[in-house]
Design a protein around this ligand. Structure first.
Ligand code: WQD
Length: 340
């Protein structure tokens, strides 16, 4: 049974991935600094899988702490690296914090990979690296465009750091470029726990429906899309989590075509903000208060994935529908507000 280190394993995508890894027979050790997560998540993971993952509270920005972790755990076969700051707006306000949090930590981890001969590394990347696409759906050979935020830039630079490392060490790595993750585990044991006012669409919708926010602002209805609102590829977090398991199997089995590979992880379907609002109203039978406001600075108009490479090479495909995703987000929101 291979032991996999999951950094940021108590976070939104991390926790769902730990569940899928444990359900596939992997032993998991989580490190997390609890800056945007809670120890309660361990209970949720344990309730779903009947297995408690190993956990170490650790600050990845502290090189000494990272070194002592790897001295203690000498049997790690692979790493899935989620731990990072991810608020786009905050990254514009405080770029140095983002470069420190997202790049120093990656470098420390890769140094330990080299030292300890851990050669299998999965990185959480983002469709944000594509910027505004020239054509849709977007595939992995599309150019990486200048990032519109320090957050996005950390994802681009991280991919480069990993690729450069792969070319001179034994490291093999897969960067998964996520589209927009949404939804929660069907058990409602784990889900997204946004701090403060949510910046992302779905938590804002569910918090509005539950009465925590007065109304949703739809950022623009005058884009060059069929209904004028922006288009994204919303993928269920459990489908996304499963992609990490197949990617890790590929690395552990030495099946890669090169030492550094990237895959789009999305559904291949584009949905507009207004379509999401309507689908939410339909599936939850809730009327949603919303108004159209000005465009939000920095939004791309339309992006959705070409998933051919992930389908054919990884043998992975998203399974859940938009309705499944929205319903699970809604059930999770009700559960955490003690309404169900
Ligand atoms: C989706 C759509 C908004 C909120 C960002 C990052 C990306 C990724 C996920 C991760 C857009 C519209 C939103 C609201 C709205 N990174 N919207 N009203 O911007 O596609 O991606 O988060 O951690 O790197 O850039 O996601 O959910 O913010 O927005 O109308 O209150 O919903 O304009 O069209 P985005 P999002």
């Amino acid at each position: 049974m291979s032991k996999i280190l999951v950094t940021g394993g108590l976070g939104y995508i991390g926790s769902h991935t730990v569940v899928e890894l444990q359900n596939s027979g992997y032993e998991v050790v989580i490190i997390d600094n609890l800056s945007n997560s809670s120890l309660e998540v361990i209970k949720g993971i344990t309730n779903i899988t009947n297995k408690k993952p190993l956990f170490e509270k650790l600050e990845l920005r502290n090189k000494l702490e990272v070194e002592s972790f790897f001295k203690k755990y000498q049997d790690i076969s692979g790493i899935i690296h989620f731990a990072a700051s991810k608020a786009v707006g905050e990254s514009v306000e405080n770029p140095l914090l983002y470069y420190e949090n997202n790049l120093n930590t990656l470098i420390y981890l890769l140094q330990e990979c080299k030292k300890n001969e851990i050669n299998n590394f999965i990185f959480s990347s983002s469709c944000t690296v594509y910027g505004e696409p020239d054509s849709l759906p977007i595939n992995e050979s599309a150019p990486v465009k200048k990032a519109t935020s320090p957050y996005g830039n950390t994802k681009q630079i991280s991919e480069e750091i990993i690729q450069d490392t792969c070319s001179v060490t034994n490291l093999k790595s897969i960067a998964l470029r996520y589209f927009n993750p949404i939804g929660a585990h069907d058990s409602t044991e784990i889900g997204e726990l946004p701090l403060g006012v949510p910046q992302n669409l779905i938590p804002f919708i569910t918090q509005t429906a539950v009465g925590l926010r007065e109304e949703l602002s739809v950022f623009g209805d005058d884009y060059s899309t069929p209904d004028g609102s922006c288009i994204r590829d919303y993928i269920h977090v459990v489908d996304l989590a499963k992609a990490h398991v197949v990617a890790m199997q590929r690395l552990l089995g030495n099946e890669g075509d090169s030492n550094f590979e990237v895959f789009n992880i999305g559904t291949g379907r584009g949905s507009s903000v207004l379509e999401v609002v309507k689908a939410f109203e339909k599936v939850t039978e809730q009327k949603l208060n919303y108004k159209i406001v000005d465009r939000r600075a920095g939004d791309v108009i339309s992006v959705y994935a070409d998933t051919k490479k992930a389908n054919e090479v990884l043998g992975w495909k998203s399974e859940k529908s938009m309705e499944d995703s929205l319903l699970s987000s809604w059930r999770w929101e009700q559960k955490i507000r003690n309404l169900k």
